[in-house]
Design a protein around this ligand. Structure first.
Ligand SMILES: Nc1ncnc2c1ncn2[C@@H]1O[C@H](COP(=O)(O)OP(=O)(O)OP(=O)(O)O)[C@@H](O)[C@H]1O
Length: 599
């Protein structure tokens, strides 16, 4: 509360100070004829009036920056209270059903965007730079007027003073922006905590496990740590330079006012000249203040642009060669030849001298423990990453450079973490190969993909069939269960096959399907993949056993490969894991029979 009282008094004083200046200068003008008439005797009265005007002006300049500090203190307190309230209401008190309603979500999204305190964009920076023109035009005009009224020395002094304090203050803002950039990690963490604890996505777990207290405390502690660093830096960077530049401004201002007083005292100034000079001098003197229409925009907008450039530089590899035009398009048998791979600069090796052949037109299943590198193998196969050592060829051609895109268009893939687009069911399917089929041909391909993926029941149950938006957050939309989504994702991959893809990659395609749907899918798997090259990753042996060839990944290499029967006969790792899983199912079936018998 004292902060609020202080701010109210402070703002009232700041508002009244310009009136003090107006009164002082008016008084000086009022006393001037007397002083001129009395041959110098009345000059004390004029000087007093000027002193009052100058005092009010200086005080206003010195106090103005503290207005921003006080405002920010208050804003942070109010925002802190609101964020805590928002977190509590949205994830612990509001009924989950309400959180899934379109209107509630819109309001929540607007509120959260406001708390994210979005900074200036590069577009704001350009607009802000243009608005500086008005400021500099005004300065040039004012300096010219001071020069005309008081002579070139006064004009020069006013201009130089203005530029010194301006560049001084602006430079401090630049250094402050550097500090702000250095706190990006903290801001990202704070935004994450706010979003996580105020959004519907995590509401279930936060409620059930009673995590809201933990989130609020963590958010408070992190905000305090962030603001402590920010404010300490701001004091260090802004305070002393502010004092220094204000003093420089005062010295320059005092110099110009002395010239003015001297000229008036010697009677070299007409009343008009005096009035013009007094008002014109104020413009350069005020040039050291913060320009709300441009300073933050130019500083942080340009910074955002530089971050964008830096990001582009970090993520850009060598310039992408033009598409095609490099001999034959990659098609046919895929070969991994002594492929090495690790993530990052010095990551742990994931693949080590891996040799693997995936003959065209056959189905290959890849199995292995968690973290064995199965998904990584698929990422390399699809050209999302390139091998660190060795090479991958398709029909003897490396699908790199200009051929990468052509190769990717021949692939239909669903990854473990496939995307759930908040679009219609039809769009979710067509995005497997957008723009490749049109009109009736596309519509028929969608229908076939739905049937082959076993998604017919799912689509038929939707209020608008294929045209239903798959999200409860839209009017008439409907969300799906995990298994239903997976069938749609399968349909997406199969649509790409309809559109001409020749390699079908399925990473855990049945992990979320119920037993009936899984059996159903694999009963049709052979027909679905006939003539295609397919790679399927699965931990379910019932899934992989139907593949032409099974590859066991271990220690970054192919440990075993062969058909299901060959691998069982070999009695290696595959046989061991297969029996383990089979026994578990047998035990479970036995338990069920026992239960039935005794129940
Ligand atoms: N983006 C990444 N950055 C760094 N390391 C990663 C990344 N993705 C995977 N890894 C690491 O690479 C190894 C292989 O991961 P991968 O996802 O290929 O395994 P997987 O065989 O598909 O496992 P799972 O059966 O659990 O899906 C793991 O040790 C994992 O920690």
């Amino acid at each position: 509360m004292p902060t609020v009282t202080l701010t109210v008094l402070f703002n009232a004083a700041l508002g009244l100070l310009p009136l003090g200046f107006v009164y002082g200068t008016s008084l000086a003008l009022d006393r001037l004829p007397d002083a001129l008439g009395a041959e110098g005797a009345g000059w004390n009265g004029v000087a007093e009036a000027f002193a009052l005007a100058l005092g009010a002006f200086v005080l206003q300049q010195v106090l103005a920056p503290f207005q921003k500090v006080l405002s920010e203190l208050i804003a942070r307190r109010v925002d802190g209270y609101c964020v805590r309230r928002l977190m509590a209401r949205s994830v612990t008190e509001a009924p989950l059903a309400a959180l899934e309603e379109q209107r509630t979500l819109n309001l929540l999204s607007d509120t959260r965007t406001a708390f994210d305190r979005v900074t200036s964009t590069p577009g704001d920076a350009v607009a802000g730079t243009l608005s500086l023109l008005a400021r500099y035009a005004q300065l040039a005009g004012a300096v010219a007027l001071v020069g005309l009224a008081l002579g070139p020395v006064a004009g020069l002094l006013a201009g130089v003073t203005a530029l010194v304090i301006r560049f001084g203050q602006r430079g401090s803002l630049g250094r402050f922006a550097g500090l702000w950039k250095g706190l990006a990690d903290n801001r990202r963490e704070l935004a994450y905590l706010r979003t996580a604890a105020s959004g519907p996505a995590m509401a279930k777990e936060i409620r059930v496990l009673g995590l809201i207290g933990w989130f609020v405390r963590r958010h408070d502690a992190e905000s305090r740590a962030y603001l402590d660093r920010l404010w300490e830096g701001r004091r260090r960077i802004l305070f002393w330079p502010f004092v220094g530049f204000t003093l420089a401004g005062l010295a320059g201002g005092a110099g110009v006012f002395l010239i003015l007083a001297g000229a008036a005292g010697e009677g070299r100034l007409s009343l008009l000249g005096l009035a013009l000079a007094v008002q014109a001098v104020l413009i350069p003197m005020r040039f050291g203040v913060y320009f709300p229409e441009s300073d933050t925009q130019t500083q942080f907008g340009v910074q955002a642009y530089h971050s964008m450039l830096e990001f582009e530089q970090l993520v850009s590899g060598p310039a992408a060669p033009p598409e095609g035009g490099e001999g034959p398009e990659p098609t046919g048998t895929v070969r991994f030849e002594q492929v090495d791979f690790h993530y990052g600069e010095a990551g742990r090796p994931v693949l080590r001298g891996l040799d693997l052949e995936i003959p065209a037109g056959t189905s290959t299943a890849v199995v292995g423990f968690n973290g064995a590198g199965k998904t990584t193998l698929v990422k390399l196969l699809t050209g999302l990453y390139t091998p660190v050592g060795g090479r991958i060829t398709v029909g003897g051609v490396e699908p790199t450079g200009g051929r990468r895109k052509a190769w990717q268009r021949r692939i239909a893939a669903i990854f473990q973490d496939y995307v759930r687009y908040e679009l219609t069911a039809r769009d979710n399917i067509v995005l497997g190969a957008p723009g490749r089929l049109h009109g009736a041909e596309a519509a028929a391909a969608v229908e076939r993909a739905v049937d082959r993926a076993g998604a017919r029941e799912v689509v038929d149950a939707l209020p608008d069939g294929l045209d239903t938006v798959l999200s409860g957050q839209y009017e008439g939309g409907q969300d799906l269960s995990g298994g239903q989504w997976q069938r749609l994702a399968l349909a997406r991959a199969l649509y790409a096959v309809e559109a001409g893809a020749e390699l079908l990659i399925l990473d855990e395609p049945t992990a979320q399907l119920d037993v009936r749907a899984e059996v159903d899918f694999f009963d049709r798997f052979l027909t679905t993949t006939a003539g295609l090259t397919s790679v399927i990753i699965s931990h379910r042996f019932s899934t992989v056993r139907r593949a032409d060839r099974i590859v066991v990944l271990e220690d970054g290499r192919v440990a075993e490969q062969g058909s299901h029967d060959e691998l069982l006969a070999a009695g290696g790792r595959y046989a061991e894991l297969f029996h383990l899983q089979a026994r578990r199912f047998a035990d479970r079936a036995e338990d069920d029979t026992l239960l039935e018998a005794t129940g």
